[in-house]
Write a protein that binds this ligand. Structure first.
Ligand code: ZN
Length: 623
């Protein structure tokens, strides 16, 4: 999974910016499932699930509480309505709803099938505080678009997770499915009907489907067939317009991975959101073995959308290595309704995110300076989380506080842990080995269907590598001692220094110095805990100040957009008068606009670098 945070302010800128009776027992019969995407009522999809005959009295039916890769409890059962348990004559049987995601049917021997209606998650994201992350959510937009993350639509019966599924989808004319599920050949007369097959429940939820008006492109990366399916509500983007950059990026990934065994098919399901209140609000992606669902704002300009796709899709594609090919028993035997979490998020998410940056420099998509900038961003972003929290303890307990609120650090410190591990492995092996080598060895040893024991992985890595690696893990990954990144960068002939760079008056690239008050949208305030640029510092502006006016213009959400626009025409001599509210009082601040500069820490090569360090650095960055 990868979540992209667009600051609230940035978001606002963009915006104004059935089978018959069965004689076989349930555990031998396929799970016949139907989804009716044609007759949508109240924005809901009718689902029917027909197992074989049960031999037990009590039957339990579940919709997942959690799915792999999300690391959160989302209770997909909350979106299920009108649940019915029916006998072979079509009479309703008694049932009990035990919790959000569990239904118990008393007379199981008489149970023919269950039916229910499913509401989608995208509509409700802005109304609820417990929102499902959009790439793992669902969309029902009659005759237009269906995002079928199947864990939201299809459940399982206790003891029947391993039976094959046959899923029939009736879809409206003009739409087309993209999915990694295998299709059963249906008779030509049956227009508007797809029948998909899955070997077990895991495969069902591992294979999302997107139905859209045809907007797909297919290309070949060595032996992998990649299909990109795009839903762009206002027709801004086509799959063809995004294909070239995706093709280049994925070729580079394949070159980076070398002979690490992957998939033969990969589907990118891109959903572009209008960002209106009834549309998806969670941007990023979720990984699967042979596909990924990506959600981004349609209003993003093409170069930014493409860069976001490069960063997000490359991350998801690298999940093929871990956890998809290298994972513990907790992941292999994932319990959708009572999940046990593994200790190794430093690897599942950290290694993945590190690779998503490393491959770009190794394959020449970015230069050294940009790679260092990305690393420095991670060092800075990690400061927002608890640096003295054991990463393995956090990972095992990620569904609970205080660990849950530190989750996003897996993309920051998690990636940095891998950078340090990479530096150590390169140094100890005279440049020969790194994290990519390690992951290749682990994926050879394990692979798709062979899990490792959760508490043996680190011993195993140490046994495969060097004793020094043990102390690194003990101190900084299992232990809670913060990492001194400078110490490790020094081993590669790098150090950090403070430099000045020019910024905008109100934004540093995409990072605004200001934000909008969540409670009162007309209050624009200066963000706290942020290094301000020289423009604000010279004026005497402080974090937390609310901007009342600038050069006589009263500031609210609308007018700040105009002022930001005007600021591009300001010269260093432009006189600025800003009124801010601070501690209940209005304060008038005056000064010249100047040239806004910001002090930032950057990674630079040291002048006195030794040959050995410089060579190690080349091996690290150029592979
Ligand atoms: Zn991820």
């Amino acid at each position: 999974m990868k979540r992209i945070f667009l600051g609230c302010f940035f978001s606002l800128l963009l915006l104004g910016c059935g089978a018959g009776k069965s004689v076989l027992t349930a555990d031998k019969t396929p799970m016949f499932t139907t989804l009716d995407l044609v007759h949508i009522e109240d924005d809901k999809v009718q689902v029917s699930m027909n197992p074989g005959a049960f031999t037990t009295e009590e039957v339990f039916f579940y919709i997942p509480k959690t799915v792999p890769g999300t690391y959160s409890e989302d209770n997909y059962g909350k979106y299920i309505e009108d649940f019915k348990a029916l006998d072979y004559e079509g009479n309703e049987l008694n049932f009990e709803k035990l919790d959000d995601n569990t239904w118990k049917v008393e007379s199981g021997k008489n149970l023919d099938k269950v039916t229910y209606r499913v509401n989608d998650t995208y509509d409700t994201e802005s109304e609820t505080s417990e929102k499902v992350f959009s790439p793992s959510g669902t969309n029902i937009l009659k005759n237009e678009n269906f995002v079928l993350n199947l864990h939201g639509f299809v459940g399982y019966f206790k003891g029947l997770k391993e039976v094959p599924y046959e899923i029939t989808v009736n879809y409206p004319e003009g739409l087309k499915a993209t999915t990694s599920l295998k299709s059963k050949i249906v008779e030509e007369t049956e227009v508007g009907k797809d029948v998909f097959l899955a070997s077990r429940y895991f495969e069902v939820i591992d294979s999302p489907i997107q139905y859209t008006k045809p907007n797909t492109e297919t290309f070949q990366i060595n032996d992998i067939t990649v299909t990109l399916s795009v839903y762009s509500p206002n027709g801004v983007y086509t799959a063809a317009s995004l294909k070239e950059r995706m093709e280049k990026m994925m070729s580079a990934q394949k070159a980076f991975l070398g002979d690490i065994d992957g998939t033969k098919e990969y589907n990118i399901l891109l959903y572009l959101s209008t960002m209106e209140a009834d549309d998806a609000q969670g941007f990023g992606a979720l990984e699967h073995h042979t596909s990924t669902v990506v959600v981004l704002p349609e209003a993003m300009p093409q170069d930014r959308l493409e860069q976001a796709m490069v960063d997000v899709v490359s991350h998801e594609f690298f999940h093929i290595v871990t956890p998809l090919n290298v994972h513990s028993e907790e992941v292999q035997y994932f319990d959708f309704n009572d999940p046990k979490m593994s200790q190794h998020l430093w690897m599942y998410e950290g290694t993945t995110e590190y690779f998503a940056n490393l491959f770009q420099i190794q394959q020449g998509l970015i230069d050294e300076a940009e790679f260092y900038e990305r690393i420095m961003d991670k060092v800075n972003n990690a400061k927002a989380y608890d640096d003295e929290m054991s990463f393995t303890v956090m990972s095992e307990n990620i569904l609970e506080e205080p660990y849950e609120e530190n989750y996003a650090n897996v993309y920051e410190k998690g990636a940095l842990i891998n950078m340090v591990l990479d530096i150590e492995l390169r140094r100890l092996s005279n440049g020969e080995k790194g994290v990519r080598w390690l992951m290749k060895e682990l994926s050879k040893k394990y692979g798709n269907n062979t899990p490792f024991k959760d508490d043996e992985l680190i011993d195993e890595i140490v046994a495969m590598t060097y004793p020094e690696i043990r102390s690194f893990f003990d101190t900084h990954v299992i232990g809670d001692t913060p990492i001194d990144y400078n110490e490790y960068l020094g081993k590669m002939g790098l150090s950090t220094e403070i430099v000045e760079k020019q910024t905008g008056f109100f934004l540093d690239g995409e990072n605004p110095f200001i934000d909008v008050d969540q409670e009162n949208e007309d209050q624009i305030y200066i963000r706290k805990g942020l290094e301000l640029n020289s423009f604000f510092k010279t004026l005497g502006v402080k974090g937390g100040d609310v901007i009342k006016s600038i050069n006589g213009t009263t500031i609210d959400l609308n007018s700040i957009r105009n002022v930001i626009g005007q600021s591009f025409t300001w010269s260093p001599e432009t006189e600025i008068e800003m009124v801010v509210r601070r501690g209940g009082e209005d304060v008038t601040l005056k000064g010249l606009a100047g040239t806004p500069m910001l002090e930032v820490e950057t990674i630079v090569p040291v002048a006195s670098v030794s040959n050995k360090e410089s060579e190690l650095r080349q091996r690290w960055l150029k592979g």
